[in-house]
Design a protein around this ligand. Sequence first.
Ligand SMILES: C[S@@+](CC[C@H](N)C(=O)[O-])C[C@H]1O[C@@H](n2cnc3c(N)ncnc32)[C@H](O)[C@@H]1O
Length: 327
Amino acid sequence: MLTASAAEPEMTAEEFEMIRDFIHEKSGIFFAENKMYLLKNRLIKRMASLEIKTYKDYFYHVKYDTSMAEFKELMNQITTNETSFFRNEPQLLSFSDEVLPLIIKSGQESKGQKSIKIWSAGCSTGEEPYTLAMMIIDKLGSLNGWRVEIIANDISEQVLQVARRGEYSGITMRNVKPTILSRFFDKDGEVYRVKPEVKSLVKFSHINLSDARQMSMHSGFDVIFCRNVMIYFSDEVKRQIVRGYYNSLKPGGYFYIGHSETLHGISKAFKLVYFKNALVYQKEAVTSGASGRTAGTGTKSVAAIGAAEGAAGGARRAIDLLSKIKK
Ligand SMILES: C[S@@+](CC[C@H](N)C(=O)[O-])C[C@H]1O[C@@H](n2cnc3c(N)ncnc32)[C@H](O)[C@@H]1O
């Protein structure tokens, strides 16, 4: 009798390369040679449910599906979605106790509308953006007079469905303190439901971060979180995406990547700020006559040119360009 594993198809090197290159081209996610077993394991169940016998046939099935439905399913299968509430406390403390007060102060001093705009890119099942929303509400006391927007997106439709539901239980809740539990969740048996006050601040949507056009539709952020996402991309894709983040940030805006990740060899456009609790990347503020962190769109587009050049000192060159234009 055949056991289940004996019936599993073997993946040839040629099949691995075909599928790996396709996934990389379409999503930026890169499976190194030693991750062949991982890719294989992630595809097996899907192929069984479609009754597809070889990886080559599955490749053609995805590639020639013009509706892109199978590509979406592929993304559900191959992405790593590990996350939890209040993940990496030092980074979050630097956000709530150091970065957020600066943004609030700057908003209070500005004559325009007081606003905070955050991007949680690669948000998985929603714990990160909901955590940020709770921290912002906690810091502001009340949203009175403030417009708070948290844009949260992911390539996997499956995790976005969970995120929109906002119902959690088990290990993902392990770092949530009792005071936070009672203030921001409704308990229903074993399930904790995120309260509407928190949910209303977060807008979930689908994105493919490796698509420069989709990235360029996001702008004006005070802070971007892209933690534990780019580790799955090739360096070439990381560079492109980080340029996109640079352009999407307001001058003076902050950029968080995972605590074990680095922009070394990827971008020199950001400066590294040493906060008490964590190191955070920052886009330089435009100070020459403009209003610092919240400089107008003219300033931003010139900064964008500098960043798009992708070389060292992009922000600095942007300021030089700006002063030439002003003359
Ligand atoms: C490990 S989770 C990180 C979740 C959260 N940021 C955190 O640190 O807890 C990585 C997420 O990135 C998403 N992702 C991977 N490639 C992506 C892409 N090209 N576009 C958008 N999201 C992507 C995955 O679907 C996954 O949910």
